[in-house]
Design a protein around this ligand. Structure first.
Ligand SMILES: [Zn+2]
Length: 503
């Protein structure tokens, strides 16, 4: 690990020594005992350690050879906080003072996420801002806002070059990883230009439209070296509708044009390796310079909480990132890698905080692995979210209270109730499937709020919980990472990163 960051992490570990014996399940134990374990002197030492780490932080003013951009889809600030607490509690440590790999990154800025046409944006417009340096209309990928969503006839001449395309021209190796479909908005923004994010397969294009679908654009990518490493879900859009899925015999491809894009990719990259399950992935050699194409599910990859049950097995996000950093790290001209924790967003849309936080913890582990493997004198590491969610951390839960527990309890451990006489949980959503229509809400004190499938309550009964419009954070480590400060536009991240890469 790079020394200053190691020092920072090390200093942080020094003060977090008071490991709590156990966590209070709701309605159990006295919170004061836990608070008492950190004294005023401990808090002062913690503050001093963070000050000293900052005073000792070196200014790195050189150019970056490599860029890794991690995107937690929907990983707003409340998700970062709850994820931090869950990561600590899961490991049997104090959750509130736990320091994640994301927390330990030295520089950060607030990021404004609105799109060209919406106050609250979607992942296509936000990913476009990040990789092309311009805002665009929601639902569109790497095309200028002068085009119109879903109107293929407005697309001609509106493509905007992506950072990936420019890095490729500079001889850099490229990688894209997502736990969502690789044709989903965030990863697709790197290689595809589309006036509609939903055109993932040709079957989704309007009849007679002259635009190319997203899966096809990945395989036909015109830039010489192509994408060196592509790992994610989304096999179905690469397979003809007549072909059965290798993992699920009852599922078929979605292509109506009869093209077998996996076969086309193999033909284009005779030395390349296509993999679709965990054992094939495990056999890949990071020292091998040939391209890798991995599609581990017909649609999105599994949530981290469900991954172990996957039929054919899937690599973890940590394993995918390790392979990518080792493999792309052999490139003499450097590399640009995007890693998306794509399913934090999906769990939030489902009103299911447990899966969202498990995926956040998995993304943090992948970031920790990358920071361990790279040299921060030559690699810029960014961590951000495309947008937030209407996810809240509420009430007055005592220190050490389970993050999935009730929001507040009395000294005796009895739940403190709301005006309807019922308890409420710390985590909740402003809208989503956890709301009842025309019915009283349930009393969470009578439910298993720790269960993986528990849906946190919400106020407004929307079928899917929605994105949130507040700012997200970008964290930065590496050369000129100090340029990420203040409150910036989302598209400015592209301009700053491009400057640091010297492109
Ligand atoms: Zn979403």
């Amino acid at each position: 690990m790079n020394r200053p960051l190691a020092t920072l992490l090390c200093l942080a570990t020094l003060w977090s020594a008071p490991v709590l014996a156990q966590h209070n399940a709701p309605g159990e134990a006295a919170p004061d005992k836990q608070r008492a374990e950190q004294t005023a002197a401990d808090y002062a030492a913690q503050g001093q350690a963070q000050l000293q780490a900052r005073l000792a932080m070196p200014a790195r003013n050189g150019k970056a050879k490599n860029l890794i951009i991690f995107i937690g889809d929907g990983m707003g600030v409340s998700t970062l906080t709850a994820g931090r607490i869950w990561e600590g509690q899961k490991a049997g440590r104090d959750g509130e003072s736990n320091e994640t790999a994301i927390d330990a990154m030295p520089y950060s800025a607030m990021v404004k996420t609105y799109s060209h046409d919406f106050q609250v944006a979607d992942s296509a417009a936000t990913a476009t801002a990040l990789v092309t340096g311009t805002k665009t209309r929601s639902g569109m990928l790497s095309v200028a806002p002068a085009a119109l969503r879903g109107k293929c006839e407005t697309a001609a001449g509106k493509d905007v070059p992506t950072l990936f395309e420019q890095a490729e021209s500079a001889g850099k190796a490229l990688g894209v990883i997502s736990t969502a479909r690789i044709t989903h908005a965030t990863p697709a923004s790197t290689y595809a230009h589309s006036v509609d994010r939903n055109w993932e397969s040709d079957g989704e294009l309007p009849a007679g439209a002259a635009c190319r679908d997203i899966a096809r654009q990945l395989v036909e990518w015109p830039h010489a070296r192509g994408l060196k490493l592509v790992l994610g879900g989304g096999r179905a859009a690469f397979m003809p509708s007549t072909q059965s899925d290798p993992e699920y015999a009852d599922k078929k491809g979605t292509r109506k044009d009869g093209r077998d894009l996996v076969a086309e990719w193999k033909k284009k990259h005779p030395k390349g390796q296509y993999v679709w399950n965990a054992s094939q992935f495990a056999a890949l050699n990071p020292a091998d310079s040939a391209p890798v194409f991995g599609l581990f599910e017909p649609s999105h990859m599994q949530f981290e909480a469900d991954r172990a049950k996957d039929k054919a097995g899937e690599p973890s996000l940590v394993e995918m990132v390790e392979l990518a950093v080792r493999k792309l790290g052999t490139s003499e001209q450097g590399y640009v890698l995007m890693v998306e924790g794509g399913r934090i967003d999906h769990a939030h849309h489902g009103g299911n905080a447990h899966r969202a936080l498990d995926d956040t913890v998995a993304l943090d582990a992948a970031i920790a692995k990358a920071l361990e493997l790279v040299n921060l004198d030559e690699t810029l590491v960014l961590v951000t979210a495309d947008h937030s969610h209407v996810f809240t951390i509420a009430g007055y839960p005592p220190r050490g209270n389970s993050i999935f527990g009730l929001a507040s309890v009395t000294e005796d451990g009895e739940p403190i109730t709301a005006r309807d006489g019922k308890a409420y949980t710390t985590l909740g959503y402003a809208n989503g499937p956890g709301a009842k229509v025309g019915e009283q809400r349930a009393d969470p004190a009578q439910e298993d709020t720790e269960a993986l499938n528990y849906l946190q309550q919400s106020l407004v009964p929307t079928s899917g919980e929605t994105h949130g419009g507040e700012d997200v954070v970008v964290k930065a480590a590496g050369p000129q990472a100090q340029l990420f400060h203040g409150t910036i536009e989302q598209h400015s991240i592209y301009h700053i990163a491009k400057h640091i890469l010297g492109l």
